[in-house]
Design a protein around this ligand. Structure first.
Ligand SMILES: NC(=O)c1ccc[n+]([C@@H]2O[C@H](COP(=O)([O-])OP(=O)(O)OC[C@H]3O[C@@H](n4cnc5c(N)ncnc54)[C@H](OP(=O)(O)O)[C@@H]3O)[C@@H](O)[C@H]2O)c1
Length: 269
């Protein structure tokens, strides 16, 4: 029998949460291109119709389900419906997330709960709901979406950073718990990518210049920069990788904070 290509996901099913827009759609497309069938989710299932059609046009099977990760009942219903559609789900990308961008003194109780409940509690209970059957099958790939704020603090992002730091720690705990059952759990941590969640920031050229100055490869991320990482972590090739946080950030996590760019003949800031 011919061995599978190392990143071939043919015959596998991936569930990606939060696929109505943004990075979730890019993760889903990358996995579909590698051969996976898809379960797509949104709080508004009808919003997924065009994207479901796109995935089907790639020759993959796709199912759209309603999911609000702030609601435990919704998670349970989604997991049940996903398994009714596909008996085995091999890959989970825990992508659904939100942000509230405010100075720490302006953060309200409700802001905190919204961000932590979505990004941290939601991530855990979706992983738990999907891991039950992964453990029964003795195989699973869980990819929790983190952020550079999983490892760094930024002003204006206190609840978000707390949630993303929590996702990194959660990833290590789940990896330790479920590795013995053939389930790997990793955290894919994007740097700065322009999407719906942060588009206002990119309208401010001064901010963009400041950002790019701090990124060693000298540009913000483009969603295709994440394709290889998500397929690797979803594939058989990552079988000995678990509990890790993989930063895809153009190197900003090197801590390259500079007031001015170092140019030939210029001075480091
Ligand atoms: N963009 C970046 O630079 C960046 C960097 C690092 C990490 N991230 C993280 O990557 C993920 C995707 O980011 P993005 O920029 O693509 O964000 P986005 O454009 O705002 O999309 C967020 C997705 O999450 C879903 N979602 C939000 N709240 C939900 C809830 N309570 N229950 C279920 N689904 C929910 C949304 O679906 P519905 O509204 O349709 O329900 C949407 O599909 C997020 O977790 C984000 O924090 C982004």
């Amino acid at each position: 029998m011919r061995e599978k290509e190392p990143f071939d996901l043919t015959g596998q099913v991936a569930l990606v949460t939060g696929t109505s827009r943004g990075l979730g759609q890019y993760f889903a497309r990358a996995l579909a291109r590698a051969g996976a069938d898809l379960v797509l989710t949104s709080r508004d299932r009808s919003s997924l119709a065009p994207f479901e059609a796109e995935i089907r046009s790639m020759g993959r099977r796709a199912v759209s389900l309603e999911l609000d990760v702030q609601d435990f009942g919704s998670i349970e219903r989604m997991a049940h419906a996903a398994h009714a559609a596909f008996p085995q789900i091999h890959i989970l990308v825990n992508n659904a997330g939100c942000n509230v961008r405010k100075p720490a003194l302006a953060v309200t109780w409700d802001d905190w709960n919204k961000v932590l409940d979505t990004n941290l509690r939601g991530t855990f209970f979706v992983a738990q709901a999907m891991a039950r059957s992964m453990i029964e099958h003795g195989y699973g790939r869980i990819i929790n979406i983190g952020s550079v704020t999983s490892v760094f603090g930024y002003a204006g992002l206190a609840p978000y950073g707390a949630s993303r730091g929590g996702v990194r720690q959660l990833t290590m705990s789940l990896a330790d718990d479920w590795g013995q059952h053939g389930v790997t759990v990793n955290c894919l941590a994007p740097g700065w990518f322009r999407t719906e969640q942060n588009k206002v920031l990119y309208e401010n050229q001064e901010w963009v210049d400041y950002l790019v100055d701090r990124i060693p490869v000298k540009r913000p991320g483009e969603p295709r920069d994440l394709d290889g990482a998500v397929v690797f972590l979803a594939s058989e090739s990552s079988r000995y990788v678990t509990g890790q946080t993989l930063l895809i950030d153009g190197g900003i996590s090197t801590g390259a904070t500079r007031a001015t760019t170092t140019k030939p003949g210029g001075k480091a800031g």
